[in-house]
Design a protein around this ligand. Structure first.
Ligand code: GDP
Length: 326
C-alpha cells in the first residue's frame, strides 16, 4: 500500500470528514483501478468499530429530512457523531438526486460532528446496495456512533436498507384507517418502530389515533425472536417541535441493547455479511454477462433462438457451459 493510501487510512480513522468523502467517491467509481483501490482500502480499514445503523424509510413529504435534522441535532448535541447516507434509487432514473440537497438539513450539515452524504446519481439498484454497504463501513471506520440511512418508501430500496441496518424505522403521516389498510404487511414486518410524524398542532389528534391504530396492527404480527416484549412499537413524534424524539431514541437504544445482550445483534450482522457476499458474487456474475466475450456470445445465441434454430433451453445450457469453463 502506497503512502497516499496510508495517509488516507489514518485520516479516515481519525474521523476526517474530507478523507471520508473522498473514500466514498472512490467506492462509487466504476473504474477498475479505483475498484481495486477501494477493496484495498476497505480491507485495510478493518471492521473493529461499530456504529448503530438506523434505517429510515417513508414516502416523500412524510418528514424524513425534517426528522433527520431534528433527531440528528439531538444526537450531536448529546455528544454523538452522526453520519447520514441517502439511498435514492429514483435518481437512477431522473439522473439527479432529489435527496442530494443538503440545505434540507441545514443545521446538521454544518455541525462538526455530523457527516451528510447524498445519494449519487446514475446508479443501478445492485450498485446502490454495494455503495451504501461500503459507505456504511467507511463511516464506521471513521468512528461515527450513529449512521442514519434514509430511503424513500419504494419496496426494493426499503428491503435493501433493512438488510444493512441494525434498526429499521418507518416514518408515517397521520392518516385515516383506510390509508392504514394500504400499508403493505411486508413493510410493517420489516419495521422495528413506526414513528407517526407531525404529531403537532391540528394534526396531533389524528396522529395519536393513527399511532394507536398502528400499535394495534403491530400487535397482530407474530413476535419475532429478535424482539423483546412490546416490539415492534408505534410512537408519535413531531420533527417540527421535537416532541417524542428523546423517547424514540430511548426506545431505539433499549432495543439495540437487548439485541446485543441476547446475541441477536451479532447474529444479524453475521447474516448480513454472508448475504452481502452472495450478492456481490451474483452481481459479479451478471457483470460478466455484460462484458465481452460473453455479451457477443449471448447476442449470437439469442439471434439463433429468435430464428428458431435453437431452443431457448439448449442455447442457455450452451451459454452456461461456456461460462463454467471460462
Ligand atoms: P421528506 O420528503 O420525507 O424528506 O419530508 P420533508 O422533511 O421535506 O417534509 C415535508 C413537509 O412536511 C415539509 O413542509 C415539512 O415542513 C413538513 N413537516 C415535516 N415534519 C413535520 C412535523 O413534525 N410537523 C409538521 N406539522 N410538519 C412537518
Amino acid at each position: 500500500m502506497d503512502t497516499a493510501s496510508q495517509d488516507s487510512i489514518a485520516a479516515i480513522r481519525a474521523g476526517d470528514r474530507r478523507a471520508l468523502a473522498r473514500a466514498i467517491t472512490l467506492i462509487e467509481s466504476q473504474r477498475p483501478d479505483h475498484r481495486a483501490q477501494a477493496l484495498d482500502l476497505l480491507s485495510a480499514l478493518g471492521r473493529d468499530r461499530q456504529a448503530l445503523r438506523i434505517g429510515l424509510s417513508g414516502t416523500p413529504g412524510v418528514g424524513k429530512s425534517t426528522f433527520i435534522e431534528a433527531f440528528g441535532m439531538m444526537l450531536v448535541e448529546s455528544g454523538l457523531r452522526v453520519a447520514v447516507l441517502a439511498v435514492d434509487p429514483s435518481s437512477a432514473r431522473s439522473g439527479g438526486s432529489i435527496l442530494g440537497d443538503k440545505t434540507r438539513m441545514e443545521r446538521l450539515s454544518r455541525h462538526p460532528a455530523a457527516f451528510i452524504r447524498p445519494s449519487p446519481s446514475r446508479a443501478q439498484m445492485g450498485g446502490v446496495a454495494r455503495r451504501t454497504r461500503e459507505a456504511v463501513s467507511l463511516c464506521e471506520a471513521a468512528g461515527f456512533d450513529v449512521i442514519l440511512i434514509e430511503t424513500v418508501g419504494v419496496g426494493q430500496s426499503e428491503t435493501m436498507v433493512a438488510g444493512l441496518c441494525d434498526l429499521f424505522l418507518l416514518l408515517m403521516a397521520p392518516a385515516g384507517g383506510d390509508e392504514l389498510q394500504g400499508v403493505k404487511r411486508g413493510i410493517m414486518e420489516m419495521a422495528d418502530m413506526i414513528l407517526v410524524n407531525k404529531a403537532d398542532g391540528e394534526l396531533l389528534a389524528t396522529a395519536t389515533r393513527t399511532q394507536a391504530d398502528y400499535a394495534g396492527a403491530l400487535r397482530l404480527l407474530r413476535r419475532r425472536p429478535q424482539d423483546p416484549q412490546g416490539f415492534p412499537k408505534a410512537l408519535c413524534v413531531s420533527a417540527a417541535t421535537g416532541l417524542g424524539l428523546d423517547k424514540a431514541w430511548a426506545e431505539m437504544r433499549a432495543l439495540a441493547q437487548w439485541r446485543r445482550e441476547h446475541g441477536h445483534w451479532d447474529a444479524r450482522r453475521a447474516e448480513q455479511a454472508a448475504e452481502a457476499f452472495g450478492e456481490e458474487v451474483r452481481q459479479g456474475l451478471l457483470a460478466v454477462l455484460d462484458r465481452e466475450p460473453a455479451r457477443g456470445i449471448m447476442e449470437r445465441l439469442a439471434a439463433a433462438v429468435a430464428a428458431g434454430e435453437r431452443t431457448p433451453e439448449a442455447a442457455a445450457a450452451e451459454m452456461l457451459g461456456l461460462l463454467g469453463r471460462s
